[in-house]
Design a protein around this ligand. Sequence first.
Ligand SMILES: C[S@@+](CC[C@H](N)C(=O)[O-])C[C@H]1O[C@@H](n2cnc3c(N)ncnc32)[C@H](O)[C@@H]1O
Length: 240
Amino acid sequence: MIKLIKEGSLLSADGPEFEELNKFSAQLGRELVFEWIGGQFWLHSDLPPEKPIGIEIDRELSRHEDYFKKSSLQKELLARAVGVKGPYRPKVLDLTAGMLGDSLLLLSFGCEVWASERHPVIRFLIESALKNAQHPKIKSFHFLSQEASEVLKACPPVDVLYYDPMFEDANEKTAPKKEMRIFRSMVGSDQDAVDVFQEALELKVKRLVVKRPRQSIFLSHKPSVEYIGKSTRYDVYFSV
Ligand SMILES: C[S@@+](CC[C@H](N)C(=O)[O-])C[C@H]1O[C@@H](n2cnc3c(N)ncnc32)[C@H](O)[C@@H]1O
């Protein structure tokens, strides 16, 4: 069962809107505790003393905006990987929304972004954060509470498909960050990553960008271009 806490009191989590979350919690074999803080729900970590996790949309967008007042977008590997150039801003479908880190960065570049997420807990956190968001750039964000394969069947009118699955390989050297540890303990690894990649590739959208840890093997064949950062690599596949 899940537990919803607001101002120290327990809220009811019996309604149909919580059915999926309750089912997931039962499958996982542990209680999931969400607390209402600052206008949205946060998930309590069961790895104390870490803070609960949630998505601060307005704060993140403002932080990126402030940063890009001083730093050029062209220095951002993600901006280059998706093809931001001069005034051009591609429309992007982020197939793996997660905690919206990359989606919010793309929005801050000025891109219009669609993003899909399949995990019930992450979807709950995203939907709760979206209700609380007021930043003007959020108007260019479209959340799809769906499996990526389903979204690809009726793909929005985008220039770029962006894919960041949790797919480990033996070449990964760095220990996952805190958020990733919580993710992995709950979401698991995306074992269908190669299949989803193939489905995305077959759509022949202008670009398919895959985010990988720097040392990892390619999800499939060699990309057209690689943008390599300190810990991350973006593999870009151009459609021919
Ligand atoms: C590595 S995380 C993405 C992190 C995200 N890029 C960020 O910056 O926060 C992968 C997320 O994508 C979701 N995911 C993986 N495969 C998916 C699929 N086929 N359809 C929808 N969501 C998927 C997982 O549930 C997980 O939340």
